[in-house]
Ligand binder design. Structure first.
Ligand code: GLU
Length: 305
């Protein structure tokens, strides 16, 4: 089934973004993706926003924010708004945007589109009959999913967990999951990879929008921010294709227009393994120290000299 998701590629103003998380040093894969994002903003005579995705206090470090900004500058990437230079849509650090995420959580709660979940990661891994999906998240088996109809005023009986989500004034203490439709095909035309079709309930299940340790989840924060900052095109790695589908569902649920998407090919190391922040030798600064130029690193040259 082709469902119409609102997209806004024809908006007169192009607004792209760079959204690194300061959980490790940026590597050549980021350089390539951010280089493409900067190039596309330039070609479209648009604006580029730097957003510091320091959402997770356990994993993010302030020293890495400074390193991130320095590495991006060395690459020759220029942005119009960001945590370092401000702008009309600030703050540009996710750790300072909690009130925006909380408003979205309340909206989803009032719409009956999310529910509290007490399952641990281990519970989910053990109970999931489906194999781990592409991005490593097992499909949630629905243990805590109430038997309700989203958007309906009341809840049908038969749920196994909380039946009245509206009694929750704050999200803390449990995970909150977004209830995905059963077997809906999420379709979109990726500007690089072409037509994408991702099926809910099979490729991913009910996903977390707010964590039990009271941290908003990446999926919710990124949708709220892309919406609030007027982002018209998201350039990101192809490893996030299924996250994009999740986010399109959230955009729709929150009544926001989704941006257009451009998913970049992933940069791999010499063994063909996708780069991660643990590939320290392929960090932008190590490549810079080894004599690589900013142009080479932006082009995705992944080996030290
Ligand atoms: N902070 C996320 C990351 O670094 C952002 C990804 C995105 O939404 O483009 O993976």
């Amino acid at each position: 089934m082709d469902r119409a998701f609102p997209q806004s590629p024809s908006l007169p103003v192009y607004r792209g973004r760079l959204a690194p998380s300061p959980t490790g040093l940026l590597h050549v894969g980021h350089a390539r993706t951010f280089g493409i994002a900067a190039e596309r903003a330039k070609q479209n005579r648009g604006q580029l926003i730097l957003r510091n995705e320091d959402l997770d206090p356990q994993r993010c470090r302030p020293a890495l924010v400074a390193a991130m900004v320095e590495d991006l500058r060395w690459l020759g990437i220029v942005w119009d708004e960001g945590p370092d230079c401000g702008g009309p849509f600030g703050p540009y650090s996710q750790s300072e945007r909690r009130r925006h995420y909380l408003l979205a959580w309340k909206k989803l709660r009032d719409l009956g589109m999310i529910y509290p979940c007490t399952c641990s990661r281990k519970d989910v891994a053990q109970a999931a009959s489906a194999p781990n999906d592409f991005d490593g998240e097992p499909v949630y088996p629905g243990t805590c999913r109430p038997n309700f109809v989203p958007g309906a005023a009341g809840l049908r009986s038969g749920g196994t967990a909380e039946t009245s989500v509206s009694t929750w004034a704050v999200p803390a203490g449990v995970n909150w999951r977004f209830r995905v439709p059963d077997g809906e095909e999420v379709c979109f035309d990726d500007l690089h990879l072409g037509r994408q079709r991702i099926t809910t309930g099979r490729d991913f299940g009910d996903f977390i929008v707010w964590r039990r340790d009271d941290v908003p989840a990446y999926q919710l924060a990124v949708v709220v921010d892309d919406g609030a900052m007027g982002i018209t095109e998201v350039v990101r790695g192809a490893d996030l294709l299924r996250s994009t589908a999740r986010q399109m569902l959230l955009f729709r649920a929150l009544g926001l227009a989704a941006p257009a998407y451009y998913h970049c090919d992933l940069v791999c190391d010499e063994a063909g393994i996708r780069l991660a922040k643990r590939h320290d030798s392929l960090s932008i600064r190590k490549l810079r120290e080894s004599g690589r130029t900013a142009e080479e690193v932006r082009a995705g040259v992944a080996c030290p000299r």
